[in-house]
Design a protein around this ligand. Sequence first.
Ligand code: SF4
Length: 389
Amino acid sequence: MVYFPKKITDIDQKVIILGESAQYDLCGACANQIERKRNPQGGWIYPTVTPDGERVNLLKILLSNDCIHNCYYCGNREGRKGDRVRFSPEELVRIFLNMKDRGLVKGLFLSSAVDRNPFQTMDDMIKVTELLRWKYHFRGYIHLKIFPESTDDYIETAIRLATRVSINIEAPGSDYLKSIAPQKNFNRIWNRFLYLKKLSQKGIRPRAGFTTQLVIGGGEEKDLDIMRTVSTLYHDFSMTRAYYSAFHPIIETPLAEKQPESTWREHRLYQADYLFRKYHFSLDELIFNQNGNLPLEIDPKTLWALNHPEVFPLEINTASYQELLRIPGIGPISAKRIIQFRQKAPFRDLSSLQNLGIRAQATAPYILLSGKQFRIPQQLSLFSEYIAG
Ligand code: SF4
């Protein structure tokens, strides 16, 4: 049965519908859904951090939710029941400026379903950013989604106008992508990343870089495949960030009966991703289970440490910054604090570390403090199956 959506013209209603529809696109949003909140007008507001380190609220909204594609996991797919609406570029600009003037948001995350054809929709999204930048002199944060079908010209224009751009890869390979989004072409998406890389080598790059998003558990993809793809994008393409979205079934889609993916899997992927970006881990340092997935029971950094007894214990008073980062429970901020504080006086006991906000329980088995090791009972046997040797 063909579904004929009713025409919605009321602007407030459009804001509600297109703000809600934007939930299927997580790129650039805070990974923590709890932090997302509705504004009084019904749109969705997300916190994000700008390249200058400022924490700002973004209006995250779609230009349209009327898609010609049929991705199996998506609530905006063609033929699914629901109100289908689109903004004109001028309408969307008015709504954003109104919210900005009322102090509700400082930036815009603009995405869209592929409405009519990708070129027309990209044209309209570019027009929104052009109006904001040129006509209304908005200098703030704009995240602009780029469709894989976009030509080189669209990409270059988007980069010059937006603070950050994203191309959603959705799956870590062609077969995986076909199994959840048959109309999407993995090679085409990869080709667009290659073009971003080419521009980047010429110094043409958005100020806040580019990001991507993957759907986790919609198909049969393994964490190893995901991390391999993401690692390549970080190292060879200088991608800024990947976002992971645990699959959740949506009624009236082909995957409606499929079990939702564990949010723990999503969490472990974010942790592994963080190891790439902030701790200088490489792909071959991550430890996967026999199925090619990250174990859910233990975080990937602790698992690495348990498998490298030759590295530990490390003397906190002399370890380098990079060595400190390898210790479970110590991150970039606490490693810097340790280096700062030990210049004044050496660490002698766990309480001095705890005073810096470091969890002694996680850290104690891997460190020496002025040559002394402090023992806190650990539940290592729980993870013994993942420890080599
Ligand atoms: S292209 Fe696919 S994921 Fe994007 S809005 Fe359309 S159906 Fe949804």
